[in-house]
Design a protein around this ligand. Structure first.
Ligand SMILES: [Zn+2]
Length: 400
């Protein structure tokens, strides 16, 4: 195996979550038990320090028919809105004709915010169904995998290019980054949003590790990647979205001076030693402690005769359920808002999904798999909390 970022071949095993099914494929009843399992292992590259999976599930398997909808949650929408307003007022307030491209644009939630600010928008989305939904809602969306070849079929340059997370799923990493460099206007800004490995480790948010996330970046490692493609990070900040994400601002190499807050974050990262293998080894031990704590909690509740349902059926929930070994004998159902997942079963553990609004009676305990929306979930469920329903967060990030 070669490093996805630097082509190096000197690795250490960092975290081994054993064989797992592809977490984003919720199963029809006919598929239950037939799902393939793949290794889910994070390795550490000694040459460039990038953490990455050493096994790739083919992108045609992972991204052609996914059912994740970014428009579903309020806090995600608010986050996208804030980013668009910030980018526009900071970089393009004086421009009259401006264009925005979103890579992995999903249902167009992010682009809708730019459209409202008078940008001509274009999305690129690999899921056919989701691209159709976006087009029906007047967000022009190309159903394709983004890479340099796709980029060359598009005309003109873009002032703003966005990639939220999805960019870092892609196995054609270098071609994707070249495509961005190719389409970015000379004075354009590429906004890259990704899970911050430093936060993942600090929060023991190991369930953010799944097959779609091939790479786990820090500032240092993403800067290594960008530098290879004539791009540079000039600003970044940490957002609480998804339990700790970096919002990074990228220009053509050397076009913009690094900001003071970026320099401060780089220093903080250096001080934390999160780019060192020892931090990954400590992370692996913390995952075992978290597993023991969670299983103890659940077995106590079960011993008391309580009913427990999972709240949310996010992809990361499957990493957690499969690695912790939590099945339907513990969680009777996963309760979910997204109706595209109605009647499906979780891969690996085969827990049935029910739609929240169709639920007749709440459980005694909600085991919250969508823990990154903690604040929103507690707020929306105050009535249940008042009735005595308990909400347990298996991963409990700081500041969420
Ligand atoms: Zn490397």
């Amino acid at each position: 195996m070669r490093c996805r970022v630097c082509d190096g071949n000197d690795f250490s095993l960092a975290v081994d979550l054993k064989d797992q099914p592809w977490g984003n494929h919720f199963l029809q009843s006919s598929e239950v038990g037939n799902e393939p399992f793949y290794p889910l292992r994070v390795v550490y590259c000694h040459t460039c320090q990038t953490a990455q999976l050493d096994y790739t599930v083919k992108k045609e398997v992972m991204f052609s028919d996914h059912t994740y909808l970014s428009g579903v949650t309020r806090s995600l929408y608010d986050h996208f809105q804030k980013i668009a307003e910030e980018v526009d007022s900071r970089f393009f307030a004086d421009k009259t004709k401006k264009r925005a491209l979103d890579i992995g644009s999903n249902d167009g939630t992010q682009l809708r915010c730019y459209q409202a600010l008078n940008y001509e928008v274009l999305g690129v989305e690999s899921s056919k169904r989701i691209a159709e939904t976006a087009n029906e809602q007047n967000i022009p969306t190309l159903n394709a995998f983004f890479n340099l070849d796709t980029a060359k079929t598009l005309s003109g340059k873009f002032d703003l290019i966005n990639a939220s997370g999805v960019f870092f799923h892609l196995e054609e990493l270098h071609s994707v980054t070249d495509g961005i460099q190719f389409l970015l206007d000379e004075n354009g800004v590429f906004v890259v949003q990704f899970l911050y490995m430093k936060s993942i480790m600090e929060n023991t948010a190991f369930d953010q590790i799944y097959h779609e996330h091939l790479l786990y970046y820090t500032l240092k490692t993403i800067e290594t990647l960008l530098a290879r493609h004539g791009l540079s990070l000039f600003d970044a900040y940490l957002s609480p979205i998804h339990g700790g994400s970096i919002i990074g601002f990228v220009s053509h190499a050397g076009k913009k001076e690094p900001t003071e807050r970026l320099k401060a974050m780089r220093q903080e990262e250096e001080n934390s030693r999160c780019n060192d293998l020892v931090s990954y080894q400590a992370f692996a031990r913390q995952i075992e402690q978290l597993k023991a704590k969670n299983l103890q909690y659940l077995s106590e509740k079960k011993a008391q005769g309580k009913t427990i349902y999972g709240m949310g059926a996010p992809v990361k929930g499957n990493t957690l359920l499969n690695y912790f070994g939590i099945g339907k004998e513990i969680l009777s159902y996963l309760v979910e808002k997204n109706e595209m997942r109605k009647g499906l079963f979780s891969p690996g553990k085969h827990i049935p999904i029910v739609i929240e609004k169709e639920l007749i009676k709440p459980p005694d305990v909600y085991y919250v798999l969508a823990w990154n929306f903690k604040r929103e979930i507690l707020k929306n469920n105050q009535a249940l909390i008042d009735q005595g329903v308990e909400f347990y967060f298996p991963v409990d990030p700081k500041g969420a």
